[in-house]
Design a protein around this ligand. Structure first.
Ligand code: GAL
Length: 130
């Protein structure tokens, strides 16, 4: 899955909330929003999978960690959605468009998240850090 949108050197510290809004491609099987130290060190891989009707979360640090599979894929291909990602001491909190929350632990013990990568199939229309 190639990253089509990347940001590095972000000042995303503990306590930061990222609100990311974008359009899901009509024909996509999977897309990903990644947060971490860099493309090879991801604290959070958020990976909605239409081909498996689920959302997969994982970390990557030299290899993929253990997948967390969430059965809550309630947003459609072709739609525009807002996902809220909070990075705090409990880990990453992802709030889905229907306000369902998923918590994913900070397995890599990151204290900052300078990197954001968004794959093909999700085109950002707006983004905000708080
Ligand atoms: C792999 C997939 C990766 C990533 C990973 C997450 O099977 O190829 O893109 O989603 O699972 O565990």
């Amino acid at each position: 899955m190639s990253e089509t949108c990347e940001a590095a050197n972000m000042a995303m510290k503990l306590g930061t909330t990222l609100m990311i809004k974008g359009k899901i491609a009509k024909d996509v099987d999977r897309f990903a929003i990644n947060l971490g130290e860099g493309p090879e060190k991801l604290g959070l891989h958020f990976n909605p999978r239409y081909d498996q009707s689920s959302i997969v979360l994982n970390s990557f640090d030299g290899g993929w960690g253990k997948e967390v599979v969430v059965d809550h894929l309630r947003f459609a291909r072709g739609s525009e959605i807002t996902v809220i990602m909070t990075f705090d001491s409990d880990g990453f909190k992802v709030t889905l468009p229907d306000l369902h929350q998923i918590t994913f632990p900070n397995r890599l013990g990151l204290s900052q998240v300078p990197y954001l990568g968004v794959s093909d199939g999700f085109s950002i229309t707006s983004m905000k850090f708080d």
